[in-house]
Design a protein around this ligand. Structure first.
Ligand code: NAI
Ligand code: MG
Length: 494
C-alpha cells in the first residue's frame, strides 16, 4: 500500500494524535493518556501525543527483538533496497512532512522545514545504498587457518531524539541501524512527536512490522526505560549534555555502547584578509538565524579581525534585518518561532544577561499579524563588546543570539576559540592557505570548515569532541562502528 500525501498539516496532526507506532500498528499509550502538541506560532493545540511509559517501551522492544531475527537473516542488499524504497517514498512526502514539521516546531517552511524533509529522504537513500559495504576482513593469522571478521548487527537499538531537527537527526540513527540489520525503537521529543510518527508510518508500509517503532513521551518516564530495557543493546542519543550524561550512566549499568551528539558553542574566525561578503553570508547561514539559532552547530561565537569588525557587524545586522519573521507556514517567512515557552524563557534570560554586560544589536521585526500575537517569536540579537566570560558568550543558548568579538592577534584568537568545554564545529575565513590549514588542524572541533558554511549532510562525518559528544554520525564508518559488532571467525583447515 502507498500512503497518499496529505498537505493539510492541521488535519494530519489531528489524525496522528494520541498514537505510538508499535509492531506495525498505530496504537494509543498503555496508560490511555496523552499530552498536547502546540503550534508555537499561535499557542494553539494542534493535536496530542501518546504518553508512553515502561509498558509501551516493553511492547515496542519485544516487537523489535522478534522482527530483528528475520531482518538480520535477510541478505544485506535486500535490506538496503527496502531502506532505499523508504527514502523514495519519503521523497513523495517532502511537502507534506515539511508542512507538518513547520506546524509543530515553528521552523519556517521555505528556509528550513521543507529542506529538512528532503534531507531526511536522502539519508535513507544514502544508507540503503551502503548495505553491500557491511564487509569484514581476512586476517593473515596462520596459513593453515582461514581467519576472517564479519560485521553483525547489535539487535535492538534505542534512539532518543531532540526537537530542533527531528527528521534529519532521526534518519542519521534509524537508517544506518536498519541497514546494518538492527531493529529500532525511537523515543521522540516531547515538543515534536507528530512528523516523526508520520515518517515511521510511511516506512512501515515498506518494512516488516516491528522493525521500526516509535514512542512519544517524557524523558524520565519513556526515554529512561528505553535505555535500561534489558533487550536494548545500543543507545544513540542527540540532545543536551545534561541528559546525555544521564543516558550514558544508565547505559554503563548495562555495559552497552552509546553514541552521544550533544551541544556546542561553535567559534567562527574571520581573518583580516577574508572575503567579507562571503563571510557575512556564511555567518548568517552558520548562525542558523532561519532556525532561530536552534542548532547544535550554530556559529554563536564570531571572532572578527579589528579591521573588519565594525563593517561586519553593520552588514550582518542589515542581513538579519532584511529577514522576515512570520507564520512558519507562509512561503514568504524567513524566520519562525522558538520551539516552546521553556526555551523562550531560557533565550530571553540570556538576552537580558547579555544586555547587562555588552551592546545588543536587535534585528528584524516581530510579526504584526494579530493571529500570531501569542507566538514564540524573538527578535535575533547580535551582541558586541561582551566580556569573554559572560554567560551568553560561554554557554549554549540554542536561540537567535550570537556574540561577536574583536581580535587582532591570530594566536590569541585561536586560543580563545578553543577555550570552550564544547568542540562540535568551527569555521575560519581567510584567503591565506597557510593560516587556513594551520587553523583547520588546531581548532578543537569535530567539523571544521574553511571559507564556507554547510549544514550536516550524508557522507560527511558529523559529531563532536569534548562535551559535544561521543562518536560520529552520517557515514559508512558510523554505521559500522555504532550499529554492528565485529566477530572473528577462525576455521582450522589442518
Ligand atoms: P534534552 O536533552 O532534555 O532532550 C532530548 C531528548 O532526551 C528528548 O527526547 C527527551 O525526552 C529525552 N530525555 C530527557 N530526559 C531523559 C532521561 N532522563 N532519560 C532518557 N531520555 C531523556 O533537551 P531539551 O530539554 O529539549 O533542551 C535543553 C537544551 O539542550 C537546549 O536548550 C539545548 O541547549 C540543548 N539541546 C541540544 C540539542 C542538540 O542538537 N545537540 C538538541 C536539543 C537540545
Ligand atoms: Mg530536558
Amino acid at each position: 500500500m502507498t500512503i497518499t500525501p496529505n498537505t493539510d498539516p492541521f488535519a494530519l496532526a489531528r489524525s496522528l494524535s494520541g498514537l505510538h507506532l508499535i509492531n506495525g500498528a498505530l496504537v494509543p499509550a498503555a496508560s490511555g493518556t496523552s499530552f498536547d502538541v502546540i503550534n508555537p506560532a499561535t499557542g494553539a493545540v494542534i493535536g496530542t501525543a501518546a504518553e508512553g511509559d515502561a509498558r509501551d517501551v516493553d511492547a515496542a522492544v519485544t516487537a523489535a527483538a522478534k522482527a530483528q531475527k528475520a531482518w538480520k537473516a535477510m541478505p544485506a542488499r535486500e535490506r538496503g533496497k527496502l531502506v532505499v524504497e523508504c527514502g523514495r517514498r519519503l521523497m513523495d512526502h517532502v511537502d507534506e512532512l515539511g508542512r507538518l514539521i513547520a506546524l509543530e516546531t515553528g521552523k519556517a517552511l521555505r528556509t528550513e522545514s521543507r529542506i529538512e524533509a528532503s534531507v531526511l529522504a536522502d539519508a535513507f537513500v544514502f544508507f540503503g545504498g551502503l548495505a553491500s559495504e557491511l564487509k569484514g576482513e581476512s586476517v593473515p593469522f596462520n596459513p593453515s587457518m582461514l581467519t576472517v571478521t564479519v560485521r553483525e548487527p547489535i539487535g535492538v537499538v534505542g534512539a532518543i531524539i531532540p526537537w530542533n531537527v527531528p527528521l534529519l537527526l532521526m534518519a542519521l540513527k534509524v537508517a544506518p541501524a536498519l541497514v546494518a540489520g538492527n531493529a529500532v525503537v525511537v523515543k521522540s521529543a516531547e515538543e515534536a512527536p507528530l512528523t516523526v510518527l508520520r515518517v515511521c508510518q510511511i516506512m512501515n508500509e515498506v518494512l516488516p512490522a516491528g522493525l521500526f517503532n516509535i514512542l512519544s513521551g517524557f524523558g524520565p518516564e519513556c526515554g529512561a526505560p528505553l535505555v535500561s530495557h534489558p533487550k536494548v543493546g545500543k543507545v544513540t542519543f542527540t540532545g543536551s549534555v545534561e541528559t546525555g550524561k544521564i543516558v550514558s550512566r544508565m547505559a554503563a549499568d548495562k555495559l552497552i555502547p552509546v553514541t552521544l551528539e550533544l551541544g556546542g558553542k561553535s567559534p567562527m574566525i574571520i581573518m583580516g584578509d577574508a572575503d567579507l561578503e562571503k563571510a557575512i553570508a556564511g555567518a548568517t547561514a552558520g548562525m542558523r538565524f532561519t532556525r532561530q539559532g536552534q542548532s547544535c552547530t550554530a556559529s554563536s561565537r564570531i571572532y572578527v579581525h579589528d579591521s573588519l569588525h565594525d563593517e561586519f557587524v553593520r552588514r550582518l545586522k542589515a542581513n538579519v534585518d532584511a529577514m522576515k519573521m512570520g507564520d512558519p507556514l507562509d512561503e514568504a517567512t524567513d524566520i519562525g518561532t522558538i520551539i516552546s515557552p521553556d526555551q523562550f524563557a531560557r533565550v530571553q534570560h540570556y538576552i537580558s544577561e547579555g544586555k547587562k554586560h555588552g551592546t545588543a544589536h536587535v534585528c528584524s521585526q516581530l510579526p504584526e499579524d494579530p493571529s500570531l500575537k501569542d507566538g514564540l517569536f524573538i527578535q535575533p540579537v547580535i551582541f558586541t563588546d561582551l566580556p569573554a566570560d559572560a554567560a551568553p558568550a560561554r554557554e549554549e543558548i540554542f536561540g537567535p543570539v550570537c556574540c561577536v568579538f574583536r581580535f587582532t592577534d591570530y594566536e590569541a584568537v585561536l586560543a580563545e576559540a578553543n577555550n570552550s568545554e564544547y568542540g562540535l564545529a568551527a569555521t575560519i575565513w581567510t584567503r591565506d592557505l597557510k593560516t587556513a590549514l594551520d587553523a583547520a588542524h588546531r581548532l578543537e572541533a569535530g567539523f571544521v570548515q574553511v571559507n564556507q558554511n554547510l549544514v550536516v549532510q550524508p557522507n560527511l562525518s558529523y559529531g563532536g569532541t569534548k562535551l559535544s559528544g561521543l562518536g560520529k554520525e552520517a557515514t559508512l564508518e558510523s554505521m559500522l562502528e555504532h550499529f554492528t559488532h565485529k566477530k572473528t571467525i577462525i576455521v582450522n583447515m589442518g
